[in-house]
Design a protein around this ligand. Structure first.
Ligand code: PGA
Length: 252
């Protein structure tokens, strides 16, 4: 399976900057050897879609409404994302859990909405520093996973789970290969127990996010480890993002 390299641009870049970055990624990385996904801010999705139309790069969004349509000011629906050409959507990022109070029930609704419109959810889970220091990372991650997938049953085919320890996001302090491996195993085990027999395990992809750089990416891939990475800061500079794609291809 080709590894995922998903760029989460967060709340950055003008239209012109978004187009320039998408063009530089398209021109610089062999996107056919990995599954490269760009997640621009909502405002840039249509323009980025135009730039990557004839390339192997795929499109995602950073969030989706839990509602189908109607009076939900400021929300963007799964149907709208699909219309723009998105194939993926990030759900439950820790920045949204923390700053916007998104809880598991809400995240579950978003996942179900994404699945209904055939968007592959990239479900983010991960412990904060006090949970890790208190020896509760395993419990935190498996509860987040169980609550978000509860009732999703066999429709979770194609799900991506991103292990993103909160303390590793934007800190320059990535998880160790050892803890990433433990987390990948825990996520696969928990998911296999929740999802209806025969419908998952092989279909779920587990990726790592949190201070990924071209220099450390190799420690997370291969040997039954992660199926790819979710990149924040280093996805905003083409030379770094393309470097991450190239490193992943070299070791896959
Ligand atoms: P980072 O962000 O690469 O800047 O740590 C990762 C993420 O939030 O997905």
């Amino acid at each position: 399976m080709k590894p995922y390299v998903i760029g989460n641009w967060k709340m950055n870049l003008s239209l012109a900057e978004s187009e320039a970055l998408a063009r530089a990624v398209a021109g610089g990385a062999p996107a056919d050897k990995a599954r490269v996904v760009l997640c621009p801010p909502f405002t840039s999705i249509a323009n980025v879609a135009g730039v990557i139309r004839d390339t192997d790069i795929q499109l995602g969004a950073q969030d989706v409404s839990a509602e189908e349509n109607g009076p939900h000011t400021g929300d963007v629906s799964a149907a709208m994302l699909k219309d723009l050409g998105c194939q993926y959507v990030i759900v439950g990022h820790s920045e949204r859990r923390r700053k916007f109070g998104e809880d598991s029930a809400f995240i579950r609704q978003k996942i179900n909405m994404a699945l209904k419109y055939e968007l592959t959810p990239v479900l983010c889970v991960g412990e904060n520093m006090s949970q890790r220091e208190g020896g509760r990372w395993r419990e935190t991650v498996s509860v987040q996973l169980k609550e978000a997938l509860n009732g999703a049953g066999s429709v979770t085919k194609g799900l991506i789970v991103a292990y993103e320890p909160v303390w590793a996001i934007g800190t320059g302090n990535a998880a160790s290969a050892f803890s990433a491996r433990e987390a990948a195993q825990e996520i696969r085990r928990t998911a296999a127990a929740i999802i209806k027999p025969g419908s998952l395990d092989k279909d779920i992809s587990v990726i790592y996010g949190g201070s990924i750089t071209p220099r450390n990416v190799h420690t997370f891939i291969g040997n039954g480890m992660m199926d790819g990475v979710l990149v924040g800061a280093d996805s905003l500079r083409a030379e770094l993002f393309n470097g991450i794609i190239q490193s992943i291809i070299d070791i896959s």
